[in-house]
Design a protein around this ligand. Sequence first.
Ligand code: ZN
Length: 151
Amino acid sequence: MTTELNELYRELLLDHYRRPRNHRRIEQPDRQAEGYNPLCGDHVTVFLKLDGDVVKEVTFEGSGCAISTASASIMTETLKGRTLSEAKAIFKKFHGLVTGESGEIELGPGMGKLEVFSGVCQYPARVKCATLAWHTLAAALENADAVVSTE
Ligand code: ZN
């Protein structure tokens, strides 16, 4: 990765940390789940409004480090308007990207910002920060009211 690209990613990440998108509670959500990452102290609650099997609205609340907050923010932007099966497929790709387990990942349309986290695989302790919101969302989809912990 070039230094310039690194710098660009850092800027985008910090922007989402300082001004997280969709950072609010949904009153009477269809699904909601809470996630903790005790290792870092990250805490997130994800709220979902569904329209059939389409993610109509997805928001989050919570506090955490720059990576966990930016990841939750970018996740909500990326998943709005997607079907549940698309959302699951995107999570799988994202997981492969941050763990570095899947080699080159082909990101689809509207998923470019996820690339920001491609450097995370060099810092294994940070993988949990980057995936917390996603695991929490997955739990919300499995269960109407779930609590997950990365430990
Ligand atoms: Zn963290």
